[in-house]
Design a protein around this ligand. Structure first.
Ligand code: PAF
Length: 275
């Protein structure tokens, strides 16, 4: 695997690579990322991954400083997954001057769910992803469904700005316990790790109830939040939304997803299930 730390170098590699699939990450790679890399490899001549912990998407008091940086181990995993190129810029390369131009996603998309609790987050995500896409110029870009709202925001950005890239979703990868794999799981203590799968279980219960015909969404949401609270969690939201735009459902046949964010100790976890 070639490691690129300049824009010229990754662009030169891209020009010689034929059809390119791109998987942007912030590193600390787990099986969810590696599944995306392997999916990417099936659809292109070469996979380019990126690792960049993007400070623009972290709010004050969030975990930018302590976000795990594990480049050596990540490189070994990428090599084993057959990734041809890694773009690993530093902060100076991505933001050599104050970033004064940004992508502002539609307020309706970012005032809700993650956007409500993490103001500025999606602006930072969209800005860095647009910049990465401009640098790498891939044919395909893959993003995991675990960050469901992020996937929606980025798909809309690509469509509305007519970017020449095909966005593809990747399924969430889970531990045997059901816990969605996430770099932030590494912050959990052993006790918290044992408790953490409850988030997925609550989502699964809601999913089963809705499929069985229960349409009292508000009660399902508040009951699940109360269960989490009773087990020491601080939930930000549990919300049944329509998949298309993550707004509250209107029609009985709207395809749905249930999304959650909750704090366990000092760790904030998110998850979702399509119903
Ligand atoms: O999902 C992530 O890891 C990040 O939000 C992304 C898409 C790499 C942008 O920094």
């Amino acid at each position: 695997m070639q490691i690129h730390t300049t824009i010229e170098s990754v662009r030169a590699a891209r020009r010689q690579a034929g059809k390119v699939a791109f998987v942007p990450t912030m590193g600390n790679l787990h099986a969810g990322h590696i599944t995306l890399m392997r999916d990417a490899g099936k659809q292109a001549d070469a996979v380019i991954a990126s690792i960049f912990v993007n400070r623009l998407q972290f709010g004050p008091g969030e975990d930018f400083q302590k976000y795990p940086r594990t480049l050596q181990a990540d490189c070994e995993k990428l090599e084993a997954a057959g990734v041809a190129h890694l773009f690993a810029p530093d902060d100076q390369l991505m933001y050599p001057e104050l970033q004064t131009y940004h992508v502002d996603p539609a307020p309706a998309q970012i005032a809700i769910l993650e956007g409500e609790f993490r103001p500025g987050h999606f602006r930072g995500v969209a800005t860095v992803v647009l910049k990465l896409l401009n640098i790498v110029q891939p044919d395909i870009a893959l993003f995991g469904k675990k960050d469901y709202q992020q996937l929606m925001v980025l798909s809309n950005m690509v469509r509305q700005l007519a970017l020449p890239v095909d966005v593809q979703p990747g399924e969430t990868v889970r531990a045997d316990s059901g816990l969605a794999l996430s770099s932030r799981n590494g912050y959990l203590s052993p006790d918290e790790l044992a408790e953490a799968p409850r988030l997925y279980r609550e989502l699964t219960n809601i999913c089963e109830a809705v499929r069985a015909g229960d349409h009292d969404f508000l009660k399902l949401e508040t009951d699940a939040m109360a269960t989490l609270e009773a087990h020491g969690w601080s939930p930000d939201y549990i919300a049944i939304r329509r998949r298309i735009d993550l707004q509250p459902p209107v029609h009985a046949d709207d395809p749905l997803v249930v999304l959650a964010a909750a704090r366990l100790g000092r760790t904030r976890l998110i998850d979702n299930i399509e119903i």
